[in-house]
Design a protein around this ligand. Structure first.
Ligand SMILES: [Zn+2]
Ligand SMILES: [Zn+2]
Length: 266
C-alpha cells in the first residue's frame, strides 16, 4: 500500500511542532507519496482559539504549503483543513477556506459537539449515555452534510465515555450506518494509538481508537482512512501501519489510495 497521509498539523495550531517543509522532508525520507495538510481551522470569531491558528495566520499557512509544493516536487502535497461540523460556520469553511484560499478538502472531526444547541467539550468531563447520543446525533449530521472528505476519529468519545454498554454499541452502529450510507470514510487515527493508554473496567485500552467501535464498523461495513494525525514532523507516518492492521482485523477496506486519486487533476 502506498503511504498516503491526509492528516497533518503545523505549529500554527499551538499544540504541534514544525512547518509544512519540516513534515515534507520527513515524508520524503519515510517514503510517504502523498501528504495532506489539515491543520485545525481558524475561525472568524474567537472560538477554541488556544488550539488552532488565528484567522490572521491563514495566509501564512497557505504560503508555507505553496512553498513546500515548490520545494518538494517529488511529493504530492495537498492543502486541506480539519473542521468541526459547525452549522454556523459551514459557509465560512466553504466560501473562505475552500473558495477563497483554495483548500482542496476538509476533514470533519469532533473535539466538541452540540448538545441541545450548546457546545460540549470531549476533554475534561465524563460522558453518560444521554450525552453519547447527543454526540452521535451530532456526528451523523456532520457526516451526512457531505462537506467532508472523511470523518476523523469517530470513536474519540473514548476519551470521556467509560464502560462499554449496549448504548455504546447502538451509537457506534448509528454512526457507522450514517457513514456507510453517505459513502464517507471513517478514520482510524494513529495519534490516538500514540497517546498513553487508560484503565477502563479493569483493562487498559487506548483513549481512541476503540476496538469495540471498530468491531461494529466491521459488521456494518464502512470505508476506512488511516492517518497518523501528525503533530510532530517525525510522526508524519509513524504508526499508521498499525491503523491498517486495525482495519484488516475487522475486514474493512482502506481507501487512502482511492481518495488520493480524487486529487489527480488538481
Ligand atoms: Zn490537534
Ligand atoms: Zn487532527
Amino acid at each position: 500500500m502506498e503511504r498516503i497521509n491526509f492528516h497533518t498539523h503545523t505549529r500554527l495550531c499551538k499544540h504541534a511542532d514544525g512547518i509544512p517543509a519540516d513534515y515534507c522532508r520527513e515524508a520524503v525520507e519515510q517514503g510517504v507519496m502523498v501528504l495532506g495538510f489539515s491543520d485545525h481551522t481558524p475561525y472568524p470569531v474567537a472560538r477554541w482559539s488556544s488550539v488552532r491558528m488565528d484567522i490572521e495566520q491563514l495566509p501564512q499557512y497557505v504560503e508555507w504549503i505553496r512553498q513546500a509544493q515548490d520545494e518538494f516536487p517529488q511529493l504530492k502535497i495537498i492543502m486541506g483543513m480539519e473542521c468541526e461540523y459547525d452549522p454556523e460556520h459551514m459557509n465560512f469553511f466553504m466560501d473562505e477556506l475552500v473558495g477563497k484560499w483554495g483548500c482542496k478538502y476538509l476533514i470533519g472531526a469532533a473535539h466538541h459537539y452540540l448538545s441541545k444547541g450548546e457546545w460540549v467539550g470531549l476533554y475534561g468531563r465524563s460522558m453518560d449515555d444521554k450525552l453519547l447520543w447527543d454526540y452521535t446525533d451530532y456526528l451523523i449530521e456532520g457526516i451526512s452534510s457531505g462537506k467532508f472528505l472523511f470523518w476523523a476519529h469517530p470513536d474519540v468519545f473514548g476519551v470521556c465515555y467509560k464502560g462499554w454498554t449496549s448504548e455504546a454499541d447502538a451509537c457506534s452502529k448509528a454512526i457507522c450506518e450514517a457513514a456507510a450510507s453517505a459513502g464517507i470514510p471513517l478514520e482510524i487515527n494513529g495519534y490516538g494509538l500514540r497517546k498513553p493508554m487508560i484503565e477502563d473496567s479493569g483493562e487498559m485500552r487506548h483513549l481512541y481508537p476503540l476496538r469495540k467501535f471498530w468491531d461494529v464498523a466491521g459488521e456494518v461495513g464502512v470505508k476506512v482512512v488511516v492517518c497518523s494525525d501528525a503533530h510532530s514532523p517525525k510522526d508524519v507516518w509513524n504508526n499508521t501501519d498499525k491503523c491498517v492492521e486495525w482495519a484488516e482485523r475487522v475486514g474493512l477496506q482502506v481507501v487512502n489510495e482511492e481518495l488520493a486519486r480524487h486529487f489527480d487533476c488538481t
